[in-house]
Design a protein around this ligand. Structure first.
Ligand code: TRP
Length: 454
C-alpha cells in the first residue's frame, strides 16, 4: 500500500518534525533532569545514552518499518503483518499492550502538562517576577494541593490536544508540528546560552551530568535510565508505528531514526544544562523529583533581563512540546477507532481523549485528596501509572516489537522497506535480534532480584 486512509506526511522533514515532536516533550524538559538528579547524574546519563543508541534507535527503526509496511493503526497493522508473515496471531498483543500503555501515559501526561499551562499563565501575568527558591516552592505546593485547579488545567490541556487530533493527520498534526517544533529549538538555545554565560554554575552542572563514577551504580538507576530511553523516544507503544504509517516510501528509515534520536537527546541534555545551574545557584536539591522544573525555571526568569517575556515564551514552548507529544499518544487508538467503528476522526479522538482524561483524574488527585492512598509502599496512583508505563509496559512492548521485527516478520517486507542487506542493516538486525532483548532482560532480572533480596 502506498497511502494510508488517515492521510500522509507531506515530506521527510515533516515526518522528522512530527516524530521528534512526539519524542521531545515533557520527558525531555521536565522528566529527564529530575530523574537524572534523583539518580545522581553521571552513571545514569551514561546508561541512558547507551540505551538510546543500542536499544532506542533500532527499536524506533523497527516501529517505523512496521508502520510503513502496514499503513494502518498499530493494532490492525500488526494483524496484517502477522498474517502476511504466516506467524502466530499472538504477536498482535503488541498492538494491545501499546494501546494500554498509551492511555496510561497520556492520563498523567495531561496532568503535568496542565501544570505547565498554569505556569504559563502565572508567568505571563507577572505572578512570578520576584520568584525565589521559597516562593516557587509555595506556588507549586498551593497548586498541587488544589484538586479542582489541577483538574481544570488538565482538562484544558486534554481539550486542546484532542482538538488537534480531531482535525486529522494533515490539517491537525502536521500543521501543529510545523510551527511548534522550530520555535522550540530556538528558545532552548537562547536559554542554554544564558545558563552557560550568566548562571555561574554551568561547569558544576557539566560535571554532575557527565562525570562517570562507578560507585554511583545502582539497579534502580539502571532501570530508570532504560525505561526513560523508551519514554523519551516515544517507542514501545505504537506511537511511532502510527506515525510511520503516514511516511512516504523512499525515505530512509534508519537515517530518520538516527536523526530523531539525536534531536531528542540534544534537547534532553540542554534542558538539564539549563535546570541544574539554577539548582546549584539557589541551594536547591537536584533530588526534588517531579517538581524540579517548576521550582527552578521561574527563578532563572526572575533573574534575567526580559525574564517575564522569555519565561512566558518558554512555558508556551514547553506547552507546545507537550501537545505535540500528546497527539502522538492519542494517534494509535484514534486511528484504530476510525478503522474499527468507521466513525469520523473527530468522534474517535474525543472518545480516546475523554478516557485518558478520566484515568488522569487519579493522577490529579494523587497530589491532594488521594495523597494517602498508596498502591505499594509509598506509591501513589501517579507514581503507579508512571512506574507501570515506562518501567514495565514500554520495555515489554519494545522488546516484543524488536523480536517480532527481528525474528518473525517476513524477510521480503524488510527488504522492501530498508533495501537489500548492507552494513547498517546487519548492525540493526543484530541489535533488535539479540542486543536489545538481552539488555532489557538483564535489567529486568536484576530489578526482580533486588525485590526479593531487598
Ligand atoms: N516522548 C514523549 C516525551 O518525552 C512522551 C511520549 C509521547 C511517549 N508519545 C509517546 C512516550 C509514546 C511513550 C510512548 O515527553
Amino acid at each position: 500500500m502506498s497511502q494510508s486512509i488517515h492521510g500522509m506526511w507531506s515530506s521527510r522533514l515533516i515526518f522528522i518534525f512530527a516524530a521528534s515532536g512526539s519524542a521531545i516533550g515533557l520527558g525531555n524538559i521536565w522528566r529527564f533532569p529530575y530523574i537524572a538528579g534523583e539518580n545522581g547524574g553521571g552513571f545514569f546519563v551514561l546508561v541512558y545514552l547507551a540505551c538510546i543508541l543500542l536499544i532506542g534507535v533500532p527499536i524506533m527503526a523497527s516501529e517505523i518499518l512496521l508502520g510503513r509496511a502496514g499503513r494502518k493503526s498499530p493494532i490492525n497493522t500488526m494483524q496484517d503483518l502477522t498474517q502476511a508473515s504466516g506467524v502466530t496471531a499472538s504477536w498482535q498483543a503488541i498492538g494491545w499492550v501499546g494501546a494500554i500503555a498509551g492511555f496510561t501515559i497520556l492520563s498523567y501526561y495531561g496532568v503535568v502538562a496542565g501544570w505547565v499551562l498554569f505556569y504559563l499563565l502565572e508567568m505571563s501575568t507577572g505572578g512570578l517576577v520576584n520568584a525565589n527558591a521559597q516562593s516557587t516552592q509555595e506556588i507549586f505546593t498551593t497548586l498541587t494541593a488544589n484538586p479542582w485547579a489541577l483538574v481544570g488545567w488538565q482538562t484544558l490541556f486534554m481539550v486542546m490536544a484532542t482538538y488537534i487530533a480531531a482535525l486529522g493527520v494533515v490539517k491537525g498534526l502536521q500543521t501543529a508540528v510545523k510551527y511548534m517544533m522550530p520555535a522550540l529549538y530556538i528558545l532552548l538555545v537562547m536559554l542554554v546560552v544564558w545558563a552557560a554565560t550568566e548562571s555561574g554554575h554551568f561547569q558544576e552542572s557539566l560535571t554532575f551530568l557527565f562525570s562517570f563514577r562507578v560507585e554511583a551504580f545502582s539497579v534502580d538507576a539502571l532501570l530508570a535510565a532504560m525505561g526513560h530511553a523508551f519514554f523519551t523516544l516515544s517507542i514501545g507503544m505504537g506511537a511511532i508505528m502510527a506515525y510511520g504509517a503516514y511516511l512516504p516510501k523512499g525515505v530512509s528509515i534508519i537515517g530518520a531514526s538516527v536523526t530523531i534520536a539525536m534531536l531528542d537527546t540534544i534537547v534532553a541534555l540542554l534542558s538539564a544544562l539549563i535546570i541544574f545551574p539554577i539548582v546549584f545557584a539557589n541551594g536547591l536539591e537536584g533530588t526534588e523529583g517531579p517538581s524540579l522544573m517548576f521550582l527552578t525555571l521561574p527563578i532563572a526568569f526572575a533573574n534575567m533581563p526580559g525574564g517575564q517575556f522569555f519565561g512566558t515564551l518558554f512555558f508556551l514552548l514547553v506547552s507546545f512540546a507537550a501537545i505535540t507529544s500528546a497527539i502522538s499518544l492519542l494517534e494509535p487508538v484514534t486511528a484504530w477507532l476510525v478503522e474499527r467503528l468507521r466513525t469520523t476522526r473527530a468522534v474517535s479522538a474525543m472518545i480516546v481523549g475523554f478516557m485518558a482524561w478520566l484515568l488522569g483524574l487519579g493522577s490529579a488527585f494523587s497530589f491532594n485528596i488521594m495523597s494517602d492512598v498508596h498502591f505499594f509502599p509509598g506509591m501513589t496512583f501517579f507514581n503507579l501509572v508512571d512506574f507501570a508505563s515506562d518501567k514495565i509496559l514500554l520495555p515489554v512492548g519494545g522488546v516484543l516489537i524488536a523480536l517480532f521485527t527481528g525474528w518473525a516478520l517476513r524477510q521480503t517486507i524488510i527488504e522492501e522497506e530498508l533495501g537489500f542487506a548492507g552494513y547498517t542493516i546487519n548492525i540493526w538486525q543484530a541489535l533488535i535480534r539479540y542486543i536489545a532483548p538481552v539488555a532489557v532482560g538483564i535489567v529486568f532480572v536484576m530489578k526482580l532480584q533486588t525485590l526479593f533480596t531487598g
